[in-house]
Design a protein around this ligand. Sequence first.
Ligand SMILES: [Zn+2]
Length: 98
Amino acid sequence: MSGNTWPGGRRHAMSQSDHEKWNASNYPGTLQLCDICDSPTGRCEDDSLYADDEGEVGPLCEVCWTYETRVRAMEADGMTRSDAQALIDGEDIGKIGR
Ligand SMILES: [Zn+2]
């Protein structure tokens, strides 16, 4: 069983230098990157998305924020984190027909 779960089931397999080039061309300056997947959040500090009220989980992109808040909601309902993630991952896999 692999311990790594990517939000939305998307894996990022970029080499380090490709990643830097991509970052440089996509995020000149101060754009915010997602704390989970390193994608641009499309937001700035004023409207950052955090999955928790304390502002410790984030900033997140909308994909990860949706994912993380769903996991947290399920955890609040008494589900374990890994069960919640498996459930969401299962939905995503069904959606893209794998
Ligand atoms: Zn993200």
